[in-house]
Ligand binder design. Structure first.
Ligand code: ADP
Length: 272
């Protein structure tokens, strides 16, 4: 079996966060990103699973319908369903773009392969995903509303879903594509003088987590950069994978990351 890479495409990159249920208009689009990923994949050097965030699709619905509170209200079940369908809509769009480009993607929702307990993905299975890889597909997963033993339902973020899969099918690399050149000493959107952090390991993870406090300017029911970094570090710790947070909005960057030839100024490497 080839090395397995797990790639996360940030929801804030492929959707317009200022408008609910709207795909980003460019210059970076779902199509350009899938094209880059597929070009790299076609080199034959690695297997790939893609996970994408929900951005202004699932996150707006999840926040509006208070899905994180589980089945707390009389209409919670319907709201969970609507949120699930909203997340699926973006997934359908992404898969549709893949079909146009003749890329053999295949979608898998975490609602269909795992049960959560108090927000943590627990028992489930990935053998069908492994089988899809074996057959030459690129499985696509996404953040979704899942059944939850304690809360009724909960949100499985894309990072949690990739972490769950990583524990089952050990990846070599886990790559999170977002809209900054990796992790900085402070949010670079609010602090232009923030410094780029080249590498994060056990010596500076605590400090880095402090520097990535939840952004107040974004709709993100799954927690912002701090939660993402914490989850990526955990995934690396449990699986031995190398993690990367990189700027997927730079043209050519995704392809270069997957081929292992990217400029280190535009990413942060995470080794637990
Ligand atoms: P996603 O691309 O997965 O949707 P988010 O938008 O939730 O990602 O998180 C990425 C955002 O986190 C960045 O655009 C940035 O504004 C914010 N952020 C906060 N603190 C930091 C930091 N220290 N370094 C990098 N990004 C940070």
């Amino acid at each position: 079996m080839k090395d397995l890479y797990l790639l996360k495409i940030g929801g804030s990159v492929i959707t317009d966060l200022s408008k609910p249920n709207t795909v980003a208009s460019g210059p970076v689009t779902i199509g350009t990103l899938l094209g880059e990923a597929y070009e790299a994949y076609s080199s034959g050097g690695f297997d790939l699973i893609i996970g994408h965030g929900s951005g202004s699709f699932g996150h707006v619905a999840a926040a509006q319908y208070k899905v994180n509170e589980g089945l707390a209200y009389s209409n919670s079940k319907l709201m969970a369903l609507i949120t699930h369908m909203t997340a699926k809509q973006l997934d359908d769009i992404l898969i549709g773009e893949g079909i146009k480009l003749e890329i053999p993607l295949y979608p898998f929702s975490p609602a269909n392969f795992s049960v959560a307990d108090n927000g943590e993905l627990g028992d489930g299975f990935c053998s069908h995903i492994a089988e899809a890889i074996e057959k030459g597909f690129i499985p696509v997963v996404y953040g979704d509303v899942v059944m939850d033993r304690s809360k009724g339902v909960s949100i499985a973020s894309t990072e949690k879903v990739l972490d769950f899969i990583a524990r089952e099918i050990k990846p070599k690399k886990v790559l999170y594509g977002s809209d900054t050149d990796g992790v900085f000493t402070a949010n670079p959107k609010e602090h232009p003088d923030a410094e780029h952090i080249k590498a994060i390991d056990s010596s500076n993870i605590e400090q880095a987590l402090e520097n990535t406090g939840v952004s107040k300017t974004r709709v993100d029911v799954t927690g912002g950069m701090e939660t993402k970094l914490a989850k990526l570090y955990e995934t690396c710790k449990h699986t031995g994978a190398e993690g990367y947070i990189f700027n997927i909005t730079r043209p050519g960057m995704l392809k270069a990351m997957l081929l292992g030839v990217a400029n280190p100024e535009f990413y942060t490497v995470v080794r637990a």
